[in-house]
Design a protein around this ligand. Structure first.
Ligand code: ADP
Ligand code: MG
Length: 363
C-alpha cells in the first residue's frame, strides 16, 4: 500500500495559483530528475531508474559514505532561507563529511519528503536548482533517492558517496600527543549569521553596496550557503598529512572533543590563534562575544585536523583561497582538553556545541 503514503501519482497539474512547471505525478518528477542527473560518471554502471543504483568499485580504492538528515524547523527554517540555498546546503553538509574523511565525493542520493502544499509550489524547482548547481561544480552525480509526502514539514535525507585511495581515509582516531591542531578557513561566521537571521535580517534579493551591508550578507550566506572544504580534505587524505580529521558541524569545542575521545588524547587550544571570521569581526567587535560563537556556534563546516610535527612543513599555506591556522596541540589524555585564553588563563574547554537531544533534560 505504499502508493497511499506517496505523493499522488497521477499527472494532473495543480490548480493552485502558485503552480509551476512542477508536475503532480511522482513518476514524472523522477523522470525530470533523471534527465538532469549526470548518469555517465566513471564507476556508475546503473544510475536512476532501476530499483537500486549499481557502482563498480575501482581496484585500490575504498568507498566512504555519509548521510545527513535535515528536518524543517529543527535543522533549518524555511523563512530564513530560499529553496535554492536549501538545495545547496543539503548537498554541502554531506560533502563536508566526505571531505573530513580525506575523500573525494563522487555520487549522491537525495530523498525528500514534502507536504502537498510544497509539492504544488515552485519549492522543488528551486531546491533542485541549488542542488544540481553545486553537484556539477564538484563533479558529483545524483544516482538515486526517494520522494514521499509528509503531513506538514519538509524532511531531507542527503547521502554522499566518495572514494579514497585504499587505506587513506582519515579517521577521528589517529591523533597522538604532540600533534599540532589546525583548522581551515575561519570560525564563528555561521553562528553570527544565524543570530542575524533570528533578529530578522534576510538575504538580499539584489544590490547591497555598503561594506557593512556586504559583511552582513556574507554572514547570512556563511550560515545558509556553506562551502565544503573539498580541496583541503582530499589533499590532506591523499598526502597522508592529517593524522585525524573531523568537520566542524556541531562546534569546535564539541568536534575537538570527538577527536580527543576517539584518539584517547587531550588537547590545548589557543584563543589568540583562532581564525576569526572577518565578516563577524566587522559586525561583532568584542572578543568575549566572538569567542562563544567560534567555539560553540557550529555549522562553520571547516575542517579540524591534526598533523604530526614532522609533517608540518609539508602543509601549503593555502589551497585555492582557503588558508589554514594552527590553533593548538594534542596532549596526553590525563592533561584534559583546555583553552589558553588571551588573558593567559588556561581553563577547561567543555563541549558546548549543538545537540539535538540534551543529556540533562532528555529533550
Ligand atoms: P521504488 O518504488 O522501487 O523505490 P522509485 O519509483 O521510488 O522506486 O524509484 C525509481 C528510481 O528513481 C530509483 O532509481 C530511485 O533511486 C530514483 N529516485 C526516486 N526518487 C528520487 C529522487 N528524489 N531523486 C533521485 N532519484 C530518485
Ligand atoms: Mg522509492
Amino acid at each position: 500500500m505504499k502508493d497511499q503514503r506517496k505523493v499522488d501519482k497521477t499527472d494532473r497539474r495543480s490548480a493552485s495559483s502558485d503552480s509551476s512547471s512542477q508536475p503532480l505525478g511522482e513518476f514524472e518528477f523522477i523522470k525530470r530528475i533523471r534527465v538532469r542527473a549526470d548518469q555517465k560518471s566513471r564507476g556508475l554502471a546503473t544510475g536512476i531508474g532501476d530499483d537500486a543504483a549499481v557502482l563498480r568499485p575501482l581496484a585500490g580504492k575504498e568507498t566512504v559514505i555519509s548521510a545527513d538528515l535535515l528536518v524543517e524547523n529543527i535543522d533549518f527554517q524555511l523563512n530564513y532561507t530560499t529553496p535554492n540555498l536549501l538545495g545547496h546546503k543539503a548537498l554541502a553538509v554531506s560533502l563536508s563529511d566526505i571531505a573530513a574523511m580525506g575523500a573525494r565525493p563522487r555520487w549522491a542520493m537525495l530523498s525528500i519528503g514534502v507536504p502537498s502544499s510544497k509539492w504544488r509550489s515552485k519549492f522543488l524547482d528551486g531546491f533542485y536548482e541549488g542542488f544540481f548547481e553545486l553537484a556539477a561544480n564538484c563533479g558529483v552525480a545524483l544516482i538515486g533517492g526517494d520522494v514521499s509526502r509528509t503531513p506538514d514539514h519538509i524532511v531531507i535525507d542527503s547521502i554522499v558517496i566518495g572514494e579514497t585511495e585504499r587505506g587513506r581515509s582519515v579517521l577521528r582516531s589517529g591523533a597522538r600527543a604532540g600533534d599540532l591542531i589546525y583548522v581551515t578557513g575561519s570560525l564563528g561566521g555561521s553562528a553570527a549569521g544565524l543570530k542575524l537571521l533570528q533578529s530578522g535580517r534576510q538575504v538580499a534579493e539584489s544590490s547591497l553596496r555598503s561594506a557593512s551591508a556586504q559583511s552582513i550578507e556574507n554572514l547570512l550566506l556563511r550560515h545558509l550557503r556553506p562551502d565544503a572544504r573539498l580541496g583541503w580534505g582530499h589533499f590532506l587524505g591523499k598526502q597522508r598529512l592529517a593524522s585525524a580529521m573531523i568537520d566542524i558541524s556541531d562546534g569546535l569545542s564539541s568536534d575537538l572533543m570527538h577527536i580527543c575521545e576517539e584518539s584517547g588524547v587531550g588537547a590545548t587550544v589557543e584563543q589568540a590563534a583562532l581564525p576569526v571570521d572577518p565578516a563577524m569581526s566587522s559586525y561583532i567587535s568584542d572578543p568575549s562575544e566572538q569567542l562563544p560563537l567560534m567555539l560553540n556556534g557550529g555549522e562553520d563546516f571547516e575542517l579540524l585536523f591534526t598533523v604530526r610535527p614532522r609533517n608540518v612543513q609539508k602543509l601549503p599555506a593555502n589551497i585555492g583561497d582557503v588558508k589554514i591556522a594552527r590553533i593548538g596541540r594534542i596532549n596526553r589524555r590525563e592533561d584534559g582538553v583546555s583553552i589558553l585564553r588571551e588573558d593567559g588563563l588556561k581553563t577547561p574547554l567543555s563541549p558546548g556545541g549543538f545537540k539535538h537531544f540534551s543529556e540533562r533534560t532528555g529533550v
